[in-house]
Design a protein around this ligand. Structure first.
Ligand SMILES: [Fe+2]
Ligand SMILES: [Fe+2]
Length: 207
């Protein structure tokens, strides 16, 4: 079955590197682990959105958007869990991939730079997720491929939301945001292309 999925232009130009074909090959052969980790990722995306609500409760626009985002990510979590049930994939605990931790390690601790870093990292994770759904969809069983093709539009929207918030909430000059983004993009690209012994939704080059 050929699914017509393209990486949205804004996401494709935002990311420094594309997902290696070797990762797609492994992912299409390891669907149960892919889905287990994907379910974890949706839960973490909801939890990250809630984290912004707790950390910055006085910011009204941020609070409204993050509250909506948390609900949407939880809805994705429910959808992944029911697809796993349909496919008879039992639940198992998985350790986290190095990806999000590798990005969070470089978050600066002084405000408003901390808020900026967290929002830009959010944008990167959403953009990468969108790209992975797009490149994976044609290589998956039909029902799952259609589900992923549907998810990629939400993740592209989340990416745009994070970028918009980075620009509107931090009071940091656009050129400084751009410079920081270049640094974070380079770290993200290395996490995707460096050899990675573990397979996960956001893992690097299969070793
Ligand atoms: Fe999601
Ligand atoms: Fe998302």
């Amino acid at each position: 079955m050929a699914l017509d999925t393209a990486v949205p232009e804004a996401v494709a130009t935002f990311l420094v590197v594309s997902t290696p074909k070797a990762w797609v090959d492994v992912a299409s052969r390891r669907v149960p682990e892919l889905l287990l980790d994907h379910a974890n990722c949706e839960l973490k995306a909801a939890s990250t959105a809630l984290g912004f609500l707790y950390r910055y409760p006085d910011r009204t626009d941020l609070a409204q958007r993050m509250s909506r985002l948390a609900r949407e990510e939880l809805r994705h979590f429910e959808q992944v869990r029911s697809i796993m049930q349909d496919m008879d994939i039992p639940f198992a605990r998985l350790t986290a991939s190095r990806y999000a931790g590798g990005l969070r390690d470089v978050v600066r601790q002084d405000e408003p730079r901390k808020l900026l870093d967290l929002l830009l990292i959010g944008a990167l994770i959403e953009a990468r997720s969108c790209e992975r759904f797009a490149v994976l969809a044609p290589h998956l069983p039909e029902k799952l491929g259609k589900f992923y093709a549907g998810l990629l539009a939400s993740e592209a929207r989340h990416f745009e939301d994070y970028i918009a918030l980075a620009k509107s909430e931090c009071g940091i000059a656009e050129q400084d945001i751009g410079a920081r983004l270049e640094q974070l993009k380079a770290i993200e690209a290395a996490l995707i292309t460096d050899s990675d012994a573990q397979f996960r939704f956001h893992s690097g080059m299969p070793s």
